[in-house]
Design a protein around this ligand. Sequence first.
Ligand code: G3P
Length: 217
Amino acid sequence: MKIFLDTGNLDELKKAAQWGIVDGVTTNPSLIAKEGKKIEDQIAAICEIIDGDISAEVVSTKAEDMIPEGRKLAKIHKNVVVKVPLTRDGIIACSTLSKEGIRLNVTLCFSAGQALLAAKAGAYIISPFVGRIDDMGGNGVDLIRQICTIYKNYNFKTQVLAASLRTPPHVIDCALAGAHIGTMPFKTLDMLFNHPLTDKGLEQFMKDWAKVFEPTK
Ligand code: G3P
């Protein structure tokens, strides 16, 4: 599974980039607004840090406005993937822009039926929001499983990007369900490192080594 960071924060991206395990970045209007910079500048800066797919979302809601906005975002950098919401207008924009060779991430997906529509419209990525489904008492991982099965049944090339991943079990369960990509905040990615037995084991290795080779330490 590819790992994407769901952030617009350059410090978080630089820190995670050092680990060499980040394959791409997703942003949304809330994340870009948090950084307070023009979207063109922020996305260009992100493209300098991570060499992979970088999602930039439109803020127009009508197809006739989303289409030129999407073309503009796509021009920022060759790695930009234009994000549109899963609305009727978003699907028109997806069908139109994908025919022009622009790669689309269709976001705010909460059902398998919606995911089918996005694939039919030529989406490069579909983004089902796992955590937000769980928040409503549903099962976000089940949705990932359903979408992966439908896409496999009909050989759709659209990649399933599990979004809104808040915990390590979310990440593991989505990988088991077959998601192509998992996008997560820095905090979730950082938590994936942690295991008390790793810390305990390392402490013991260091102690045993020091007893023999560094007895005065
Ligand atoms: O990319 C979608 C993601 O940002 C949503 O996450 O935690 O706000 O539901 P969350």
